[in-house]
Design a protein around this ligand. Structure first.
Ligand code: SF4
Length: 695
């Protein structure tokens, strides 16, 4: 698209894909034809990028051409007689305002549901939170963290007082034992995974626990091929061994924790022999793993969706926290518990109150003093802010199905492909009286909307993202908005004004000033400071505070660390005669989530089609050979895709990703949820496979 000497300027910003939070420079050219807008033609890595240095993965390096894709939404769309018609911003905003006002006066604020976005900036998520609570009058606000780390937020907050990664990414190099469980790090967090691989290369022992032999598992000192759903049995067995062999840190337990006796009683029966039958991992391997973790001087645990997307997700997370509390592997350099957050700004969206029970900074909606503080700042009476926790995304969809939820505002999310049991999701969205989608493309969800408002991509706006290690980093505008698209922050400001409740906020820097005023953990953060000093890890409670890369150093956020007695439960759906295999889902290196962005880039040519991974023993039983097309069925539906045989998955389990609408695996997944965090059990359900003719 351009030559190096055509590059007019480089703009430092933060990657819009995963939560690693790599920085790079967008290369901007002005095309030689007069009047043509500037374009982003490439990416240059930046040696001074704090997380990644010069390193970028294939998505950050080659996955950004979606910015100028011809399918970008350029004008607002209003559905008339079942078809989208392009319209002006004025008309689109008026339509939304009229319908929202009518629903609000007829049914009240709780007739609305709002989905914020882990892809949007902190400033935008903050404003969506203010719009939902202060303008619509509902706490029915949620976002895709419900599908990934809601169980982390609940589990680690209960154990430590803070539901976030405890240590910086740089601490990987300072650990002398690495335990990775339920994380396909090399594909989901590629640059962070390189730090793990470098540590392994330097001789740091690393144990990877996963049903699949991922690239990291293959490189690790040891791969424990666990049966899907066996995590809690294994984690409790590790605690059992540590206590039975007296390997716990007695002084740390005495001085810094509470509830040890409850844990001790809960795991006394969880012997490695008991766990072996549930996990498929030999008792002696369990014993040895427990010893290595406990005896290490500085040990770190890393985990993602394999732990959290279970009906025991919160308890799985608590069981991980138990291990760190038992051994004192927390609050120190190279020792901690590290939930790797998936999307570029899922940590920030949680921080900014895109959750049904908390304002920004995890300040409870049920606390009258907190409500009074936000109401005063927003020019409202305290009584105008609802005190009751709102609905999660799954609960919103249920409420829509029974006619209690009338309207939704969905910003930058695609629940039709990302949420479990998608036929159910589509039916719920179709039952709404009014659906507004804000997006950069006409996603599968936006297609169901009554009004679609075109948003800017990350390259067209200012703001901040917060990465997995709680580092708040700048996003900078490189080019003008494509077409008539507007940044999400401006769309929310425009909607508030159209509804007669204007926000007096001129730009994202002013929004960050408001965030800092109301959110203690962000109090010391401003755009000016980030521009001067680079990223800052929260909590950053004052403008002269350096930020906090490492949590719980002298005391836990909640005071003492809390052990939890948690008990093994099998997955909600077990294989049976009709559905004899286990289906697990996940991600691929070359694509991202529902593919809205990555499938509109050069990456699509590299990885254009999805397949089903299956062990050769299962394939032989079914008479399948590599490349055959199969129908993959569960109790909720069926999809067709080719099969790929691999020894890298345990027999009895099959795996595919949720990136492809042509093989939309979430039509099949189970919507059974963790009762605490309401996170669905996307990682395990029963399925069957049969050969079919290729399409
Ligand atoms: Fe972007 Fe993540 Fe790749 Fe870094 S590792 S370039 S943040 S996708």
């Amino acid at each position: 698209k351009g030559r190096p000497w055509d590059v007019r300027r480089k703009v430092r910003t933060t990657c819009p894909y995963c939560g690693t939070g790599c920085n790079f420079d967008l290369e901007v050219i002005r095309r030689p034809i007069a009047g043509e807008p500037e374009e982003v033609i490439g990416v240059a890595s930046a040696v001074d990028a704090p997380v990644n240095g010069r390193h970028l993965c294939v998505k950050g390096r080659f996955g950004l051409s979606f910015i100028h894709h011809p399918e970008r939404l350029r004008r607002p769309l209003v559905k008339k007689e079942g078809r989208f018609v392009e319209t002006s911003w004025e008309e689109a905003l008026n339509v939304v305002a009229e319908r929202f006002q009518a629903i609000q006066s007829d049914c009240g604020g709780d007739a609305f549901g709002v989905l914020a976005s882990a892809k949007a900036t902190n400033e935008e998520n903050y404003l969506i939170n203010r719009f939902a609570r202060g303008v619509l009058g509902t706490n029915n606000i949620d976002h895709c963290a419900r599908l990934c780390h809601a169980s982390t937020v609940a589990g680690l907050a209960a154990a430590f007082g803070s539901g976030a990664m405890t240590n910086p990414i740089a601490d990987i190099a300072k650990s002398d034992f690495l335990l990775v469980i339920g994380s396909n790090t090399t594909e989901s967090h590629p640059v962070l995974a390189q730090k793990l691989l470098q540590a392994i290369g330097r001789g740091t022992p690393c144990v990877v626990i996963d049903p699949r032999k991922t690239e990291l598992a293959a490189a690790a000192t040891e791969h424990l091929a666990i049966r899907p759903g066996g995590d809690l049995a294994l984690l409790n067995a590790l605690a059992h061994v540590i206590i039975a062999e007296g390997l716990q840190d007695r002084r740390f337990i005495e001085e810094r924790t509470e509830g040890f006796e409850e844990l001790q009683a809960a795991v006394v029966a969880c012997s490695p022999e008991w766990a072996a039958s549930l996990t498929g991992i030999a008792p002696e391997v369990i014993r040895e793993t427990a010893r290595r973790y406990a005896r290490a001087e500085r040990a770190s645990i890393f985990y993602t969706m394999g732990i959290t997307q279970k009906r025991t997700g919160t308890h799985n997370v608590m069981a991980i926290a138990n291990l760190a509390l038992l051994t004192g592997h927390i609050g120190k350099e190279g020792s901690g518990v590290n939930p790797l957050r998936g999307q570029n700004n899922v940590q920030g969206a949680c921080d900014m109150g895109a959750l049904p029970n908390v304002f920004p900074g995890y300040q409870p909606v049920g606390d009258a003093a907190v409500r009074a503080k936000f109401a005063a700042d927003w020019g409202l009476d305290t009584a105008e802010l609802p005190a009751k926790a709102g609905l999660t995304v799954g609960e919103m969809l249920e409420a829509a199905l029974v006619g209690e939820l009338k309207a939704m505002l969905i910003v930058g999310e695609n629940p039709v492909l990302s949420d479990p049991d998608s036929a159910h999701v589509v039916e719920a969205l179709q039952r709404l009286d009014f659906l507004v989608a804000v997006d950069i493309f006409l996603s599968e969800t936006a297609q169901l909307a009554d009004v679609v408002l075109p948003a800017c991509s990350f390259a067209e706006k200012e703001g901040t993202f917060t990465n997995t290690e709680r580092r708040v980093q700048r996003v900078r505008q490189a080019i003008d908005p494509v077409g008539q698209s507007r940044p999400d922050w401006r769309i929310v400001v425009d909607l508030a004004a159209a509804l007669g409740r204007p926000f007096d906020l001129a730009d994202p820097a002013a929004v960050m000033a408001e965030i800092a005023r109301l959110t203690p953990s962000y109090a010391g953060i401003s755009h000016d400071r980030l521009d001067r000093e680079g990223g800052l890890c929260w909590p950053c409670p004052a403008t002269d505070h350096p930020g906090t890369p490492r949590l719980h150093v002298e005391r836990f956020t909640r005071g003492k660390g809390r052990f939890h007695a948690v008990h093994y439960l099998p997955p909600a759906e077990a294989p049976d005669e009709e559905y004899p295999l286990v289906l697990s889902t996940g991600r691929r290196l070359f694509h991202y989530h529902t593919g809205t962005m990555s499938r509109r880039t050069e990456l699509e040519a590299i990885y254009p089609e999805e397949h089903l991974e299956m062990h050769p023993d299962n394939a032989a039983h079914l008479g399948l050979t590599d490349g055959d097309w199969v129908r993959l069925s569960t109790r909720r539906g069926a999809i067709s895709l080719p099969v790929r045989l691999t020894e890298g998955i345990i027999a009895g389990t099959v795996f595919t990703s949720f990136h492809f609408s042509e093989a939309a695996v979430n039509a099949l997944t189970n919507s059974a949820v963790d009762p605490v965090a309401k996170i669905p059990e996307l990682k395990v359900c029963a399925c069957s496979v049969e050969i079919v003719d290729p399409p």
